[in-house]
Design a protein around this ligand. Structure first.
Ligand SMILES: Cc1cc2nc3c(=O)[nH]c(=O)nc-3n(C[C@H](O)[C@H](O)[C@H](O)COP(=O)(O)OP(=O)(O)OC[C@H]3O[C@@H](n4cnc5c(N)ncnc54)[C@H](O)[C@@H]3O)c2cc1C
Length: 477
């Protein structure tokens, strides 16, 4: 980057507000995906105004800008594949105001999920989506991906809580979108358009979230099965009852083995399991719902059903579930767990068919695929175990991924339930959204005519998704 541009940036954010040190640039070229690309500068703004001034420079000089939260995204959404600026939002991490009477909270985007919930808990509220990355991810990243998680089956995704937000457009204009009212029927919902836009339409600098009360009681039930098909059938039967659990996680035998090996057997050794949560205002409501879960699990083939009201036991199960991604990397020496086909969504009744198809595809391409996820809302995660320098294995992995995505689209689903499109899903996202594509392209052109905001992703992706691989595989370097 030219020194005169760096000098103008320094005038806006100060000497400690940016870095061009090689180690920093290298570090900010990653997120939690399989991709990497080094940017030219990392900027850490402190205010909407600073973001606006930087965007004016970037737009004038046609420099790519990629916003970054905590970098925990799994699809490469925050990887700066065209170089340029990484706008790292971690200094903008304040809770600005909690309005209990009006049911909203105003926050900056760099606040962490758990930190926000700690503040809201003091008022009896919570922000429910509960991603597996809750300890690390930022709300700005969650909004930009429309992230969700374990409790989405009952409480919905991030978008369902965004009343309004402030964002900075590509040309530096500051826009306040949406409202601070619980209801809003006023025309186009720009704030909602920003949810899931993955930093391609603007940089979000303030968010107004709707508050919702935290249930006073909850309990869990772990159900073990002889096969993953029965586990899927149990979930579909429960929802159809109808009974909406507060959370509903499914794990296959590979995920269970990996967690038990890495963490000293916190789970029963079985072929598949579901961990259900029931919540409510009273113990009676919770125990009534837990009984329904137990009955349905038994009637759909559960080999053991273990309810628990004990927080220690519940924490052990939920920690086990959250550790799958890391545990899988320790399962087979020389193999690492990667996000290729990552978080598909299918209609809930199609979960058993989808899981069976994933197993058939893994066998066809001779790859190891673990399946788990927030299956209560049809959101299935798969992780593939690959030898990082084995090009043939990557190629087979990509072919398997393509087929998994096709199966999910054909079942009436989506290539991404919560992790976003980024790079990993881009080719199949274009297939899935074919009929919306010309509108999507028109919106992007209208809001970012110089194409500087997170360019080259989503509908702009071209070529093989292995092009920006972070691993030392010489065929892709
Ligand atoms: C172990 C693990 C478990 C996970 N579990 C879940 C889960 O259960 N549910 C789930 O949904 N996800 C999950 N994820 C994925 C990820 O953590 C979430 O999607 C999270 O919301 C990403 O937030 P982040 O702050 O890390 O965003 P980043 O990865 O930094 O960025 C994500 C996207 O948001 C954009 N962005 C960030 N901040 C802004 C901003 N201020 N303005 C505009 N654009 C912005 C970036 O440009 C990028 O496109 C998991 C990841 C890991 C590693």
């Amino acid at each position: 980057m030219e020194q005169r541009i760096i000098d103008s940036i320094e005038k806006i954010v100060g000497k400690d507000g940016y870095s061009t040190k090689p180690a920093d640039l290298y570090t900010y070229g990653f997120d939690a995906s399989i991709f990497h690309k080094t940017p030219e500068i990392v900027i850490q703004p402190r205010s909407t105004e600073e973001v606006s001034e930087i965007m004016k420079i970037a737009n004038r000089e046609k420099i790519p800008v990629v916003a970054r939260g905590a970098g925990t995204g799994l699809c490469g959404s925050a990887v700066p594949i065209k170089g340029g600026i990484v706008m790292a939002m971690q200094r903008m991490n304040k809770v600005k105001k909690v309005s209990v009477a009006d049911l909203w909270v105003d926050i900056e985007p760099g606040i962490n999920y758990n930190d926000l919930n700690e503040v809201l808990a003091k008022y009896g509220f919570f922000f429910p989506p509960a991603p597996g990355s809750a300890e690390a991810c930022h709300i700005g990243g969650m909004v930009a991906l429309n992230a969700s998680g374990m409790k989405a089956v009952k409480y919905g995704a991030t978008r369902d809580y965004v009343l309004g937000l402030t964002f900075v457009k590509a040309d530096g204009e500051i826009v306040r979108a949406g409202t601070r009212t619980v209801k809003d029927a006023s025309g186009y919902q720009l704030a909602r358009l920003m949810c899931g836009s993955e930093g391609t339409l603007g940089i979000i600098t303030e968010i107004t979230l709707k508050l919702t009360t935290k249930p006073k009681k909850s309990a869990y039930c772990l159900c073990a099965f002889n096969n993953i098909h029965d586990a899927g059938s149990c979930i579909a039967a429960l929802i159809a009852k109808p009974m909406i659990p507060a959370s509903c996680e499914m794990m296959d035998s590979i995920s269970i083995k990996a967690v038990n090996k890495a963490r000293g057997n916190p789970l029963p050794a079985c072929e598949a399991l579901c961990i259900f949560e029931a919540d409510g205002e009273t113990d009676e409501v919770v125990s009534r719902d837990l009984k329904i879960i137990e009955e349905i699990a038994k009637s759909t083939g559960a080999i053991s059903v273990t309810p628990s009201y004990d927080q220690k036991q519940i924490d052990a199960w939920t920690d086990a579930r959250k550790s799958i991604l890391a545990a899988l990397s320790a399962l087979m020496p020389g193999y690492t767990s990667v996000s290729l086909a990552d978080d598909m969504g299918v209609p809930i009744s199609k979960v058993p068919a989808a899981v069976k198809a994933f197993q058939d595809i893994a066998a066809k391409y001779d790859v190891t695929i673990a399946t788990y996820g927030h299956a209560g809302d049809g959101n299935l995660h798969t992780k593939m175990l690959v030898q990082p320098s084995n090009a043939d294995m990557w190629e087979r992995g990509v072919k398997a991924t393509d087929e998994i995505f096709d199966v999910c689209i054909d079942l009436g689903g989506t290539v991404t339930g919560e992790h976003g499109v980024g790079i990993a899903k881009a080719p199949k996202y274009m297939r899935e959204r074919a009929s919306e594509l010309s509108s999507i392209i028109a919106i992007k052109k209208a809001m970012d005519p110089n194409n500087i905001l997170n360019p080259g992703k989503l509908e702009q992706w071209e070529g093989s998704i292995l092009a920006n691989l972070r691993y030392p595989c010489k065929e892709y370097m």
